[in-house]
Design a protein around this ligand. Structure first.
Ligand code: KG4
Ligand code: ZN
Length: 341
C-alpha cells in the first residue's frame, strides 16, 4: 500500500510517498525560508500563497520519482494541524480534493506526531514504549509514548519554545532567520567557560521548561559586552556556545527525570532543534551513561518535511482513521488529545 503525504503547516511545502513494505519511496521539499528571511520571520499570508504555487508540482515530482501514477495511491495524508490556518488549508484542500477525485481516503495527520515518529523512517528504529523530547520552533514537550497515538504529556515549555529561544538569541547576535542553524555554526569554537547562563527550572521537580529567563540573560550579556566596548566575533561565539550549553543541560536533566519517572530507558528526540549537534551529543552522552538508547531522525527529517507526514499517515490509514468530506484544519491541537491506534 502506498500513501502520499503533504506537509504545509508553516514555511515549508513537503510531499512524500511511503510504502508500507518498502518504507519511504520519494520525498521533496520546497522551503520558503529565503522569502520570509527578508521580514525576519514567517509572514502567514505569503506562506499560504507560496504553498498554493508549490503543492501540485511537488506532488507530481514525488509521484514521478517513485515511478508511480496518481491512480496508484491508496490514500492521501496531510497535516491537519497545528500550524498557520491559511497554510494548513492549502495542503488540506489539495489532499482532500485529490483524494476525492481518486476516490481514496484522505487521512488527517497531527504535525507533531509526524515529528515524533520521524526517527522511525530510518533503521535502527526505536521500539515502543519510549520517552520523546519534541523540540521545534513552536513546541517543547516531553511525552510518554506507549504506542502510536498513545501520548501522555509529561511536561512542556511555560513560555518560549526551544526553537524560538534559538531564533531570538540568534537575532540578538545579528544572525539571519531562522537562527538555529546559524547559531550552531557561530557556537563552534566558543569558550564554554566564558559565561554561565541560567539553567531554567532544572531544580523544580516537575518536567516543565522555561526559556524566557535564559533569553534575558543573553540579552544582558550582549548589552554588557557592548557597554564594555568588547562586543566582537569572539564574544558572539562564546555567547552562542554558552547559550547552547545551557539549553542542552536543561534538556538533558529533564529527559533524565522523565525517563526515571516513566521507568523507561529509550529516548527519542525529534523536531527542528534535534538537528543541533551539541544537543544530539548531550542526549547521546546521557543515554550512554544510563545504558539506554537514543534515537534521532536523519537531520533533513528533523525540520519540517513530507516524509514524516506520509509515514504517520500510513499508520493512521492502516488503523482506519479517515477524514470526512468537510475540510477541517486545527491551528491549535494538543497532541495528547489523539487516541491510541
Ligand atoms: O520542526 P521545525 O522545522 O518547525 C516547527 O514545527 O516549528 O523547527 C524549526 C525550528 C526553528 O526554530 C529552527 O531555528 C530550529 O528548529 N533549528 C535548530 C537547528 N535547526 C533548526 N535549532 C538549533 N540548531 C539547529 N541546528
Ligand atoms: Zn515542525
Amino acid at each position: 500500500m502506498r500513501v502520499l503525504g503533504i506537509e504545509s503547516s508553516c514555511d515549508e511545502t513537503g510531499a512524500a510517498v511511503y510504502d508500507d513494505k518498502l518504507g519511504l519511496l520519494a520525498h521533496a521539499l520546497h522551503t520558503q525560508i529565503p522569502m520570509h528571511a527578508e521580514y525576519g520571520g514567517v509572514v502567514p499570508e505569503l506562506a499560504s500563497r507560496d504553498h498554493i504555487k508549490r503543492v501540485v508540482p511537488l506532488v507530481r515530482q514525488v509521484t514521478a520519482q517513485a515511478g508511480m501514477q496518481l491512480k496508484d495511491y491508496d490514500a492521501i495524508a496531510y497535516t491537519a494541524g497545528p500550524g498557520l490556518i491559511g497554510a494548513l488549508l492549502v495542503g488540506a484542500m489539495a489532499a482532500r480534493s485529490l483524494a476525492y477525485a481518486l476516490n481514496i481516503p484522505a487521512i488527517p495527520v497531527h504535525h507533531m506526531e509526524g515529528h515524533l515518529l520521524a526517527p522511525l523512517l530510518d533503521d535502527p528504529k526505536p521500539s515502543f514504549p519510549f520517552v520523546a523530547l519534541l523540540v521545534s520552533g513552536g513546541h517543547t514537550m516531553l511525552i510518554k509514548v506507549s504506542a502510536p497515538g498513545d501520548y501522555e504529556l509529561l511536561g512542556q515549555s511555560v513560555d518560549d519554545a526551544v526553537g524560538e529561544a534559538f531564533d531570538k538569541t540568534a537575532k540578538l547576535l545579528g544572525l539571519p532567520y531562522p537562527g538555529g542553524p546559524y547559531l550552531e555554526k557561530l557556537a563552534q569554537g566558543g569558550d564554554l567557560k566564558a559565561y554561565h547562563f541560567p539553567r531554567p527550572m532544572v531544580d523544580r521537580p516537575n518536567l516543565d521548561f522555561s526559556f524566557a529567563g535564559l533569553k534575558t540573560a543573553v540579552l544582558n550579556a550582549v548589552h554588557q559586552a557592548k557597554d564594555d566596548g568588547h562586543y566582537d566575533d569572539k564574544v558572539r561565539s562564546d555567547i552562542a556556545a554558552c547559550f547552547t550549553q545551557a539549553v542542552c543541560e536543561t534538556l538533558v536533566k529533564k529527559c533524565a527525570r522523565a525517563l526515571e519517572q516513566c521507568g523507561l530507558n529509550t529516548l527519542v528526540a525529534a523536531g527542528g532543534v534535534s538537528a543541533n549537534s551539541a544537543i544530539r551529543q548531550g542526549l547521546s552522552a546521557l543515554m550512554a551513561k544510563r545504558g539506554g538508547q537514543v534515537f534521532f531522525a536523519r537531520k533533513e527529517f528533523c525540520t519540517d518535511n513530507g516524509a514524516m507526514i506520509a509515514q504517520a499517515g500510513m499508520l493512521r490509514f492502516k488503523a482506519g482513521v479517515r477524514a470526512g468530506l468537510k475540510v477541517d484544519v486545527f491551528p491549535r491541537w494538543p497532541l495528547d488529545t489523539l487516541e491510541a491506534l
